[in-house]
Design a protein around this ligand. Structure first.
Ligand code: NDP
Ligand code: OXD
Length: 316
């Protein structure tokens, strides 16, 4: 692909790693023209591809010849939030082995953290107290994974090796080795009824928004743990606080929030046994992702189909 023949790649709201994305694309795709400001109208026609995380609403609509939008995350809710997003343009989400691996690490860390109640050991050390601690064997502990996609299935494969009792919940019926699978909203209460630890790895859609609410918590065993690395808007934050105060939810880790960064006066910061991580359960490996996006652009220009295209009706 030569620079003159190659299309421009338009950067639309690519978030806090903008400088890194710029540098890495310049390195791995030197033939692409990188554009990070909306150009004057006549030049907009040349913008064929866009890279986005949270584009400004209305921004992408102004590019009349856009052929594909590449999302910088596995979740594309920040892009679909734009009601004017050009309807016919394929939206490609991020599937990156490094991103999946980071999620696997995070989920293993947090499942073990809640399984072993490590905060009790940390607290004992802060008091110079030798506190022996007992906990059930993993085969006596049920971990429920919500979302059995790219990330959920990778996490399940690793948790299987720890011999946890695994349950999984997805939209369509699945068979996953070592996982008792449930599908659809009607099976949610049965799925939840035996989950000691729930791991949410769902995309944000109209169906999953606000799903983790008082009714949801009421279906869990008393004292269950919640780990949310999906999206913040899936949790009703007031209901979660109430469920923690009542003991219905015994502990929680949240990586994602309705407002990010989490405001300094948010009650989550103070809530006992609620652990906050700053939406960095994992992140996309910039070099691998830029290389893969460049390849998709080359393939698309050569008439090959795009991979990992979002189904806009489903929202993921
Ligand atoms: P996938 O699209 O591969 O998988 C999504 C899974 O969720 C599928 O199993 C799907 O079911 C299931 N699902 C979707 N809607 C519903 C529903 N209404 N009811 C039940 N199940 C549903 O996505 P990924 O695994 O790649 O990523 C999942 C999410 O993880 C992302 O959308 C993002 O929000 C979050 N994420 C967070 C990160 C972080 O740093 N915190 C990093 C990366 C991702 P089915 O299989 O039937 O389609
Ligand atoms: C996400 C990501 O979707 O970082 O949160 O990929």
């Amino acid at each position: 692909m030569t620079k003159t023949a190659s299309p421009a790649l338009y950067f639309a709201g690519i978030g806090s790693r903008a400088a890194e994305w710029h540098r890495v694309f310049a390195e791995v795709a030197p033939e692409l023209r990188l554009v990070d400001h909306l150009p004057p109208e006549p030049e907009r026609a040349g913008m064929r591809y866009a890279l986005a995380w949270k584009p400004k609403p209305g921004e992408l609509q102004q590019l009349p010849n856009l052929q594909a939008i590449f999302g910088l995350g596995a979740g594309v809710d920040g892009i679909l939030a734009d009601p004017t997003l050009p309807a016919g343009v394929p939206l490609v989400r991020m599937v990156d082995p490094g991103l999946t691996q980071g999620m696997v690490e995070y989920c293993l860390w947090q499942v073990l953290y809640h399984h072993r109640r490590f905060w009790e050991t940390e607290d004992a050390q802060s008091r110079r107290h030798w506190a022996e601690q007992y906990y059930p064997a993993p085969w006596d502990r049920s971990v429920g994974i919500m979302g059995l996609g790219e990330i959920g299935q990778a996490v399940a494969a690793h948790l299987t090796t720890f011999k946890f009792k695994l349950r999984g919940w997805s939209r369509s019926a699945k068979k996953v080795d070592g996982v008792d699978c449930f599908a659809g909203p009607e099976s949610l209460p049965a799925f939840l009824s035996a989950c000691d630890i729930v791991l949410c790895l769902l995309p944000l859609t109209t169906e999953t928004r606000g799903l983790l609410n008082a009714d949801f918590f009421a279906h869990l065993p008393m004292g269950a743990a919640i780990i949310n690395a999906g999206r913040g808007a899936q949790v009703n934050e007031a209901d979660l606080l109430a469920a923690m105060k009542s003991g219905r939810i015994g502990s929680a880790t949240l990586d994602v929030f309705q407002t990010e960064p989490l405001p300094a006066d948010h009650p989550f910061w103070q809530q006992e046994r609620l652990f906050v991580t700053p939406h960095n359960a994992s992140f996309t490996d910039a070099k691998a992702a830029a290389t893969a996006i460049r390849q998709q652009i080359l393939d698309h220009a050569a008439g090959k189909p795009l991979q990992h295209v979002v189904d806009r009706r489903r929202g993921y």
